[in-house]
Design a protein around this ligand. Structure first.
Ligand code: ZN
Length: 391
């Protein structure tokens, strides 16, 4: 029988671990799973273990010499002067033992999701270990070694001849995925992120629209710092609806970095849990409408691993499985189990109180600026729709 949704996970994913001080911390996977199990919304027969991506699969997106360098680093055999050229051994992306294997499992998880969805065994699949959107073809960047989404999109193209819409709501620009498909008209990328003026990786401007045949298939909506829920959601919903109608994909892949929240220590947006309830709701609706339900969701950034990520990522699974009712009340036991490790007061509700941050005086100005950005980003497809005969 076809399942509504599968949850891709095994403990191998926890092996993607730089060091104890590093902000990228996969304990958030454990916290999310514990939260979902506490409310009886994740069952053992819904969990599928990821496989490890093969070298040939990694080569779909990555240069063989880069993969070889990661393998040597993984075994402690890459000299520092060589590592630098591949973006590894840096403060952001340090070398760790077994980094090749751990990274290949993250990629394999997204490939597993792709196979289950495309062969009709499930309608949707969630792989929270994935979403490493900064990985370049020949270089690591921003905590990302291999780019699971980019490998999976090539895999979906080659094995299933699918046209893929990639929607990235991480607070950082989805640069690695964008550049991998910049000249490809059969992959459409939409990234909604905090402007790169002051934030890594600095790209994601409106005018990055693609190249050659791929021109017009890359969409970027850089939002002002301090953007709040309403403006964020208006941008997300409007752009997603118009881009999916324009592109008409076979499958939607969403990257669900949870670092646009006010609490996130690395970014400057002012969203709350409200957007994390809405993000998967809209994705689900549009996957049903345009792709016969075919929807893969991956994780991504998210650096308040206690207060933000577990709730945000649980919402994706609850939406996929139609179990949002399970989030009627927040389980006290979860906070009780983790409070000694957390170092911050843990949430007691699924939503945030309205006063978690002081009022933002420039709210009106920020909203107007974001509307203007949205208008400019979508201008080519709005033009295109206007020029259609009879419309
Ligand atoms: Zn991010």
């Amino acid at each position: 029988m076809k399942k509504d949704a599968l949850f891709i996970y095994s403990d191998e994913l926890l092996g993607y671990r730089f060091n104890d001080q590093h902000p990228f911390n996969q304990t958030r996977l454990t916290l999310t799973i514990d939260l979902l199990k506490d409310i009886q919304a994740l069952h053992p027969d819904e969990i599928i273990a990821p496989r490890m991506a093969t070298d040939e699969e990694l080569f779909l997106n990555h240069d063989p010499n880069y993969v070889n360098a990661v393998k040597r680093a993984s075994a402690g055999q890459l000299p520092p002067e060589q590592a630098e050229g591949y973006g590894i051994g840096t403060e952001d992306t340090p070398i760790f033992d077994g980094m090749h294997e751990a990274s290949a499992f993250l990629v394999g998880g997204t490939l597993t999701a792709a196979d289950y969805v495309m062969t009709g065994k499930t309608r949707h699949a969630l792989h929270l270990g994935g979403g490493l959107h900064h990985g370049f073809k020949g270089k690591a960047s921003g905590f990302c070694i291999y780019n699971d989404s980019a490998v999976a999109i090539r895999y979906l193209q080659e094995k299933y001849h699918a046209r893929v819409l990639y929607v990235d709501t991480d607070a950082h620009h989805g640069d690695g995925v964008q550049w991998s498909f910049y000249d490809d008209p059969d992959v459409c990328t939409l990234s909604i992120h905090e402007t790169g003026r002051y934030l890594f990786p600095g790209t994601g401007n409106i005018n990055e629209r693609g190249h050659g045949k791929g021109y017009g298939f890359s969409f970027n909506i850089p939002l002002d710092a301090f953007t709040e829920d309403e403006s964020w959601l208006e941008t997300y919903e409007t752009s997603f609806r118009e881009v999916v109608e324009f592109f008409k994909p076979d499958i939607i892949l969403t990257q669900n970095g949870a670092d646009a929240h006010y609490y996130d220590p690395l970014t400057h947006l002012s969203a709350t849990m409200k957007i994390y309830r809405e993000i998967p709701r809209i994705a689900h609706e549009l996957a049903e409408k345009y792709c016969d339900g075919k929807w893969i969701a991956v994780g991504g950034g998210g650096y308040d691993i206690w207060r933000v990520v577990p709730r945000a990522w649980s919402f994706i699974w609850l939406e996929m499985t139609g179990r949002m009712d399970a989030a009627a009340s927040f389980p006290a036991g979860w906070a009780e189990r983790w409070k000694s490790k957390a170092g911050v007061p843990l949430p007691t509700e699924w939503t945030d109180a309205p006063d978690i941050y002081p009022a933002i005086p420039r709210k009106g100005e920020i909203t107007e600026k974001n509307r203007h950005t949205l208008e400019k980003a979508l201008y080519p497809i709005r033009q295109h729709l206007r020029q259609k005969p009879g419309s």
